[in-house]
Design a protein. Structure first.
Lengths: 439, 361
């Protein structure tokens, strides 16, 4: 289907002095040549459907730029001073105080619940030490209706949104007030009202799910965004690759928020990846990406706010890699002194902590004094302890709840199993801790 | 696969002639209770169900590999043009992504219909299906669920599919509470069961017997209708042996029932299980109490295949009614072979022989 070339006819006509025909034919032949140019493989431009780029005749491998990688965006220095005033989000005193109080309340709750596991009161716990900035900064930049998919170290997002201490405690104690009905290990929080999807233990499974949710939310046309949190370790899972690729190809209003805290249990980042962290992968998927100082709550806030605005306005995903440090152990089942030095941990705790940096910012403005600090610490500890004691006293949920919600409806075979358990427990009741559970 | 199904009409040498299909599709009578019907094969009945869904449910979306142009088995032909590219779209080549994405769509409240190109390729999505989809409602205390998710995949032997285009993986998923697993035997069943799966508020896996996509033709109602899940269907009543199967194998068993009647004077009751999970224990047990003999047949390998679950439950419930050990006529414990398929599959002669043994026990 080669277009007819009028060039020959053009010259013939012109030669025979039939100029009008000749000129017309010449004009047409140029158009044909142009048409041919798009499919003419003899022209020096790649035609591959898979990539649009120039040819190059030098053999050169692209250097993955690990030494001087993607720079880290920050607003405050380690002492809480604003570096570039144009980047100060200039939030109100009330807002900043709220950031601070949420971060410190989280810290206080972490200390008490970690201890309670050590004392055998709850079975398991994971702290958020050192990463409070990533939670509060990002949560504050979102709309309350935005859907959150988390991994397991994002309790501050829930706290910022107003999840009551009683609910945190109820889930950890798996008592009758647990919204999750006592089915999961501690810290597997969820809240329908606060648009925080219940966490699950398998890592990175939430990443492609967030892409799907964002796609559905896009079709609803209600200006909602979806945010998906995960650690740098989880980013190695196949599901992460799937989620990134799907969100980019299907144009989803989604923020990927990677907490790069240096460790996946005992595995340091140099054993987790060889490239320039997680942010460098974004461009590979066609995704706008940024690396931020995760311990700078304003940097996290600014980046998330802008990513959210554009994700919704432009229907495309954004990747934020928040660099931070996991000050605590992976969980109560971990003792990190087995694989890292106390000096390293102390550096982050003392020299570069999101809570301290924000406090310096506040005290520099006269918004927070030593007295405020003392009384707030006392008050927050008291509030947490009171919730803790209430949770301790509460009964566990009715064991009937072992059998419900497997399907939306109860099915006959499961009902039979439920009845058989009850008959058994009636017969052997002294061997079952029925007193601890609601009737 | 058309050649494998219809057999070769021309004269070729023995080495080149491929076998005719191991079954004859027997269409069901035209249903009269669902309105006007149209001649449809299996893939067209699927298209019809999807068309009805996209028309009535504005949140419904269909996605997977190659669904945009109509799908490798033509199940989604015409739907993208009719309903728009935001509703019928291709995804990247990634099953764990397809199912994960589908879960997210469902969690956000929209109806998600995910296509996995072959059931043989569902395994990368196994974690998302078993650890996530099946457990979403339970683990969240019913705050979240992905009941709006339906996964469809072509399933079962096709004459030449070999290891990776013939598998019947229902047993892997039968072991997973929270899922529903459904397998139709025909176009009328497929449309009704698929619409039930889509409407069902639990994540469903719908396996479509690929060998029937073109071979099975029936008069299928144009309007939507549902066939209830977890209700096995007694296709023909009998008094001597209960035969249980699902999907393509139903047509094999129907022929076996005729053979048994003709050659042995044995009256067979044929049951289409339809829903593998949760399965209709009551209907099967009621039948075995009557006949005293049970034969279960499936293409999937016998060890750990779903027949073992049925057999185990039936012997618990009907032990004293059994006249003979329960018989399982299934695929061998090998990967699904290519050139050896005629020897591998649980064909009518193997089933017939098994009935003979049970009668003479």
């Amino acid at each position: 289907m080669i277009p007819q070339d009028y060039l020959g006819l053009a010259f013939f006509s012109m030669l025979c002095c039939f100029w009008p025909l000749g000129i017309a034919a010449f004009y047409l032949s140029q158009k044909v040549l142009q048409l041919q140019q798009t499919f003419d493989s003899s022209l020096e431009k790649p035609q591959f459907p898979g990539a649009s780029a120039e040819f190059v005749d030098q053999l050169e491998f692209i250097q993955p730029n690990v030494i001087s990688g993607i720079p880290v965006y920050r607003v405050m220095d380690r002492q809480g001073n604003i570096i570039n005033p144009s980047q100060d989000p200039q939030l109100s005193k009330e807002t900043v105080l709220n950031f601070y109080q949420k971060m410190t309340m989280l810290n206080t709750m972490d200390r008490i619940l970690y201890e309670s596991q050590r004392q055998g009161r709850i079975s398991f716990y994971m702290t958020n030490y050192g990463e409070e900035g990533t939670h509060i900064g990002s949560a504050a930049a979102l709309d309350p209706n935005d859907l959150v998919f988390g991994q397991y170290r994002e309790a501050g997002v829930l706290m910022y949104r107003g999840f009551p201490l009683d609910h945190f405690m109820a889930q950890c104690y798996a008592n009758a007030d647990d919204l999750g009905k006592g089915r999961q290990m501690p810290v597997h929080y969820g809240s329908k009202d606060l648009n925080f999807v219940t966490i699950s233990s398998p890592l990175a499974t939430q990443i492609p799910q967030a892409a799907g949710a964002a796609y559905a939310v896009k079709r609803e046309n209600t200006n909602r965004a979806v945010i998906c949190y995960f650690g740098e370790g989880a980013a190695s899972e196949g599901d992460a690759h799937a989620g990134f690729n799907f969100s980019a190809t299907l144009e989803c209003p989604l923020i990927f928020f990677c907490r790069n805290n240096g460790y996946a249990i005992s595995t340091p980042t140099n054993e987790q990846y060889r490239g320039d962290g997680i942010a460098a992968r974004g461009p590979g998927y066609g995704m706008l990406s940024i690396r931020v100082d995760g311990n700078d709550v304003f940097a996290v806030y600014n980046a998330t706010k802008e990513a959210r605005r554009r994700a919704v306005a432009e229907n495309q995903p954004f990747l934020i890699e928040a660099m931070t440090y996991r000050i605590g152990h992976h969980s109560t089942s971990d003792d990190s002194s087995a694989y890292r030095s106390v000096d390293e941990v102390n550096y982050w705790d003392k020299q570069d902590h999101p809570i301290s940096r924000l406090r310096h910012y506040m005290t520099a403005r006269g918004w927070w004094s030593e007295d405020d600090e003392r009384s707030w610490r006392k008050q927050s500890r008291k509030t947490v302890m009171e919730a803790f004691e209430r949770a301790e006293r509460r009964l566990k949920p009715n064991p009937e709840l072992l059998f419900t919600d497997v399907y939306q409806e109860m099915i006959p075979s499961l009902n039979k199993q439920r009845e058989s358990l009850w008959r058994h427990v009636q017969q052997y009741k002294e061997n079952y801790p029925l007193d601890l559970y609601e009737k | 696969s058309a050649v494998a199904i219809t057999g070769c009409a021309c004269s070729r040498t023995k080495t080149q002639r491929r076998h005719a299909a191991h079954f004859t599709f027997q269409p069901d009578p035209v249903p009269s209770q669902y309105g006007p019907t149209q001649k449809m094969n299996l893939f067209q009945s699927i298209t019809s169900a999807l068309d009805n869904t996209l028309a009535s449910d504005p949140t419904a979306v269909i996605f997977g590999e190659d669904v945009a142009f109509g799908g490798v088995f033509r199940c989604t032909v015409g739907l993208r043009d009719k309903y728009g590219k935001d509703r019928v779209f291709n995804t990247p080549l990634c099953e764990q992504g397809i199912v994960g994405f589908g879960i997210g769509v469902a969690v956000a409240g929209a109806t998600a219909i995910a296509e996995i190109q072959f059931a043989d390729y569902i395994f990368p999505a196994f974690d998302q299906i078993v650890n996530e989809a099946a457990k979403y409602r339970y683990r969240s205390g019913n705050m979240f669920d992905c009941g709006n998710l339906t996964i469809r995949a072509p399933w079962g032997c096709v004459g030449h599919g070999s290891l990776y285009h013939s598998q019947s993986p229902e047993a892997f998923f039968a072991h997973c509470p929270g899922l529903k697993v459904v397998i139709p035997r025909s176009p009328i069943q497929a449309k009704g069961l698929l619409l039930s799966c889509i409407a069902d508020k639990n994540p469903c896996i719908f396996f479509e017997p690929k060998i029937l996509y073109r071979a099975a033709v029936e008069q299928v109602p144009e309007d939507p209708y549902t066939i209830p899940l977890s209700q096995a269907e007694v296709l023909q009543e009998g008094s001597d042996v209960t035969l249980v199967a699902w999907g393509t194998q139903i047509h094999v068993l129907k022929e076996v029932a005729s053979m048994a009647q003709e050659k042995l004077g044995v009256s067979c009751e044929v049951i289409d299980l339809q829903t593998i999970l949760p399965w209709d224990i009551e209907t099967v047990c009621k039948s075995v109490v009557k006949t005293g003999r049970l034969l279960i047949s499936h293409e999937a390998p016998v060890t750990g295949g779903f027949a073992s679950e049925i057999s185990s439950t039936v012997q618990e419930e009907c032990f004293l009614n059994l006249e003979a050990p329960i018989s399982r006529v299934c695929g061998y414990d090998t990967p699904f072979p290519h050139i050896f398929e005629p020897f591998y599959i649980p064909d009518k002669w193997k089933c017939f022989e098994a009935i003979k043994k049970m009668i003479n026990y």
